[in-house]
Design a binder for this molecule. Structure first.
Ligand code: KG4
Ligand code: ZN
Length: 334
């Protein structure tokens, strides 16, 4: 039988485990969402997140192994997210993975969560070979990388304040929409006019590929100071805000690809579920002769199949983590 790798992911508010066969075939992928725990607060409460991970990690891992139709002893190795993320959440997954690896006598490999998001793209597009430019846009990250060769990345730009998904979540809260805001803004925007409310497209200048989204959120707050919220205004602001974020993400991703002479762009992370972003980026990029790829929605948001995929690659290279492995909240990819 080909390699069977168990992936474990607890970096934020999803408790996830998955079994991957041969580095690409998903035998099982379980994601226990904590949305209901955090929704009343309009954002993630770190202490509540780690407590919930503790309650769900055991059942989620057992279910992933059961649904894969295997026994724990059949596993070739384990892969776990060690950062970046909430340290209390990360430690739950890291501790579970270390205990399991030790008791099973199987190798454990440490995975960077952002590299996991890149491997989500490779899971759905196995022919997507380096070099390519990756735009990772999620609740915690908005990063542009040049994936030069497998496992070698160069940071081209990142957010200087809020992540793109975080901006979606904060603006949704201002508009009275539920958490997480991204899907609700996308839905509300369907009946809005993106030109009705003028919103800025922050440009950082000097050829920078960095992003800044906090000014956009402030512009929404200022606009609402003088205009009472109505259902139509919610829709118009949702549409205008979404288009502003999409414009900025698209512009920087295409500029990055041209600058490093890459012909492919991978769009990944939770915000990559957004249909307007996908269509706009694909249209603009294609007109510049660039190809755009994205994973299916359930691989864009946090999951453990992508961690198992990155881990399979690293285990294949002979990487093994020591059993004193620790979590690192601000772990860089490169
Ligand atoms: O990748 P992910 O599950 O978790 C992190 O690593 O942060 O991303 C979650 C983020 C949330 O901020 C959510 O609002 C955003 O992705 N998101 C979206 C959409 N679906 C999820 N943003 C815009 N449009 C969407 N359809
Ligand atoms: Zn993520």
């Amino acid at each position: 039988m080909a390699d069977l790798v168990l992936g474990i992911e607890t970096s934020c508010d999803e408790t996830a485990a998955a079994v991957l066969e041969g580095g690409h075939k998903i035998r099982s992928s379980i994601v226990a969402s904590q949305v209901k725990v955090h929704a009343p607060y309009g954002g993630i409460v770190p202490e509540l997140a780690s407590r919930r991970h503790l309650e769900t990690i055991g059942p989620v891992i057992r279910l992933a192994v059961h649904e894969a139709g295997i026994e724990f002893g059949d596993l070739t190795g384990l892969a776990v997210t060690v950062g970046p993320g909430l340290v209390g959440s990360l430690l739950v997954g890291v501790s579970a993975a270390k205990g399991l690896a030790y008791s099973l006598g199987k190798p454990l490999v440490a995975v960077n969560h952002i590299e996991g998001h890149l491997y989500a793209g490779i899971l759905d597009h196995p022919h997507l070979e380096s070099p390519y430019v990756a735009l990772v846009a999620s609740g915690g990250h908005t990063h542009l990388y040049h994936a030069e060769s497998p496992g070698t990345y160069r940071l081209l730009g990142c957010t200087r304040d809020d992540a793109a998904g975080e901006a979606f979540d904060k603006v949704a809260k201002i508009l009275g929409l539920p958490y997480p805001g991204g899907p609700h803004i996308e839905q509300a925007a369907l009946s809005g006019d993106p030109r009705a409310v003028p919103l800025p497209r922050p440009i950082l200048g000097h050829g920078s590929l960095d992003f800044s989204f906090s000014g956009l959120k402030t512009a929404v707050i200022h606009y609402l100071d003088s205009s009472p919220l109505s259902p139509q205004l919610v829709a118009d602001i949702a549409a205008g805000f979404q288009q502003a974020v999409v414009d900025v993400l698209t512009r920087n991703a295409i500029t990055a690809a041209k600058r490093v002479r890459a012909s492919r762009i991978l769009l990944t992370g939770g915000v990559a579920c957004n249909q307007t972003l996908r269509q706009h980026l694909a249209r603009r990029a294609n007109s510049e002769g660039l190809e755009v790829y994205w994973p299916r929605p359930e691989l864009c948001t946090d999951n453990a199949a992508m961690i198992a995929a990155a881990g399979s690659y690293r285990l294949g290279r002979g990487e093994v983590a020591p059993l004193d492995l620790n979590a690192t909240a601000d772990l860089p990819l490169c």
